[in-house]
Structures are given as C-alpha cells and as structure tokens.
Design a protein around this ligand. Sequence first.
Ligand code: ZN
Ligand code: ZN
Length: 146
Amino acid sequence: MHIDGACHCGLISFTGEINPAGVTVCHCADCQVMSGAPFRTVVEVPIGQFRLSGEPKRYAMMQHGKPWIQTFCPTCGTPLFAAAAESPTSVVIRLGCVTQRAQLRPSAQIWRHLALPWLSDLPSIPDAAFASPPAVVRSPKETRRE
Ligand SMILES: [Zn+2]
Ligand SMILES: [Zn+2]
C-alpha cells in the first residue's frame, strides 16, 4: 500500500510502500514520552521504498538495547520516523503523520504490560461538553489551512 505523510508545518514530507497488516502499537515508556501520547503507533517501510523531502532533525538514543535515530521536524517538532543507527533496512514511520492513518488499524501491540491503566476505559469516558469530533480525518495539509 502506498502512503504519504508530512509534519504539521509541511517542511518535511515523505512517501513509502507498506504492508498494511504490519501496523503496531508500542506501549513502552520511550514511546509514551517521545510521542506525547499514551502509546505510539508505527508502520515499517523498507528503506528502498522510502522517499523523504526536507531535512529532519535527528536524535540518537538507545531503544530496547539498540542504537536508534529518531527524527522530527526542526520547526514544528512533529515526530516523523526512526531507523536503526547501524545498517538500517527499514524506516519506522509514526502513524500520526501518515495521511492514510485512519485506514491503518493496528494488528499487534508490544510492551503491553506498560500500557497506561486507563486505556481500556476510553470507550466509556464521556465527550467533553465543548467537543464536537471532526467528521473526517484530515491530512496535515488540510489542517494547516485553518
Ligand atoms: Zn514541521
Ligand atoms: Zn516503544
């Protein structure tokens, strides 16, 4: 499946080919902190099928015992993708910046024992009085027009 995506400000964009059955949720503490969300959802693109436009900022770190490079937009800070620091064969895209994210239902979860304890309560947590959910999932380009 062909995907495309971009950071919130549009400085960095990318395209890639994915296996839509390979979308994974990670509940580890690194993913919680670095995504700014209760968990991170990712999908892998073989490195030969990844096309990047723009120059993201890089952050070297150890993740699960291996050196990784995390990337994000230097202007708006959107987390974009990560790759192994040594001889990467794939790029791990953060689903939040993928235009087709609504179609990409995860098929697996990892580090589930670290999942935030209230996640399973989400369906029963009420809407805030002021919130009306958007009717459609918008791409970053559409969001920026507002
Ligand atoms: Zn940006
Ligand atoms: Zn993780």
